[in-house]
Design a protein around this ligand. Structure first.
Ligand code: CA
Ligand code: CA
Length: 172
């Protein structure tokens, strides 16, 4: 991968986390994401699933801040993301994905409306709610259902998330 490609991918990952598009990643972005997913599936924030999602979002933010908020101002700037998070994403995407596990678990609970597993269509709805482009959303959902049984497991989602986050650096 050349450095322009790397820059583009990192910018896309940053934009994914910067849900409100104000140029920094902070706690509000994570609660915005939680609200968007709840709205998509018509789940109220005060419900058990809603509360679980907000606490997962908070844990995700705390994990992200612990890795990347170097100056401790409760915001992750683009520079902090590149030097802190992106390095971690590159070196150990699985470990990074672990900080997202409670959030992803809660998202699955919301998206699994009928309680028999998450369908690729539900994953597409989640990704769309999180403002991830429809092309990417369809692609990701197809890749996610690795064993083709029409249901997507938490393990498949965690693996896909780690893959999405793991951006290779340009040849050093
Ligand atoms: Ca933001
Ligand atoms: Ca900061």
């Amino acid at each position: 991968m050349d450095s322009a490609e790397y820059e583009r991918k990192i910018a896309a990952r940053f934009a994914t986390f910067d849900q409100d598009g104000n140029g920094t990643i902070d706690r509000e972005d994570f609660s915005t994401a939680a609200r968007a997913v709840l709205a998509e599936f018509g789940t109220t924030p005060r419900s058990d699933k809603g509360q679980q999602l907000f606490s997962g979002a908070e844990a995700f933010w705390q994990g992200m801040a612990g890795i990347a908020d170097v100056d401790g101002d409760q915001r992750v700037s683009r520079d902090e993301f590149i030097t802190g998070a992106a390095k971690r994403l590159r070196d150990n995407p699985e470990r990074f994905a672990e900080i997202a596990r409670p959030f992803l678990h809660a998202v699955i609970a919301v998206a699994d409306v009928d309680g028999d597993g998450v369908t690729p269509q539900a994953v597409v709805r989640v990704l769309r709610a999180l403002r991830i482009g429809p092309d990417v959303a369809q692609l990701v959902a197809a890749v996610l259902d690795g064993d083709g049984d029409g249901r997507i497991s938490e393990a498949e989602i965690l693996t896909a998330f780690a893959g999405y986050c793991g951006v290779e650096a340009p040849d050093a």
